[in-house]
Write a new protein. Sequence first.
Length: 293
Amino acid sequence: MENKQNKNLKIIILILSLLLLVSVGYLFKLTNQLNTTETELSNELTEKDAILNDLEELKATYDNLLKENTGLNEELEKERAKVEALIKKVKASEKDAVALKDYKRQVKNLENKLAELIRENEALKKLNDQLVTEVDSAKTIIEEQKEYNQVLVGQNEELARTVEKGSKLSILNLKTAAYKQRSSGKEIETERASRTDLLKISFTIAENKIAKSGDKQYYIQVIDTKNNVLGEKKSVFFGDKELTYSFISTIEFKNSTLNVSESLKGSNFEKGTYFVTIFDQGESVAQSSFTLK
């Protein structure tokens, strides 16, 4: 009886031992699975943080490029918006290895696009620098041309001005002289108002190979000492601006230097200073004055 009990006890102990071993093995397996899961989750979190870090760097780079304002702003802003949208998407995403892999692919595409835009941005910066240099050169040429024009007008800059090439002509050496005309037709120059019955107004139109040739009209205005307009004393409007002139001088311009002389008859000229102005379409292009004693 005792032997039988001992035998049963041994069997129970063996069964319990087997159960214990199975339990320990199962616990070990669960522990390994838990560790593996934690490692995978940690790796996923690390990859997610790395993706977010890359995206933040991309966004910062776009912010800096936009400050340069080189003409790519619209496309830069569009790509930056894509980066910001992906940042929000990654932050809100669950722990999904497949999704993270897709995000990494999108980040790579965005990085490639950024590299392309940076190259284009650098090319635009070089082009802008080149344009600045060309503009500076053009300004230098213009200044040199102005100096050349000033030489052409002589030492009296107030009597002429440099006008826009291709549309305006330069009027030089505007002079007015008083004459006494005898019955024989002979004209004698004088400075005395009492002897004057004819004014001769002369000027030179400078050569201009760019201007359009053909008939040109200039409005000549002569004002006496009392601010009266002599001659025809007719008026013409240019926009809302009224011009009263003494006579119109019509010349045929053939792109070369042309000397013009016009006459204005009158009587009862008074002593004092007279002012002569030449107008081109309402714009003063030359001025002069003379004095009768």
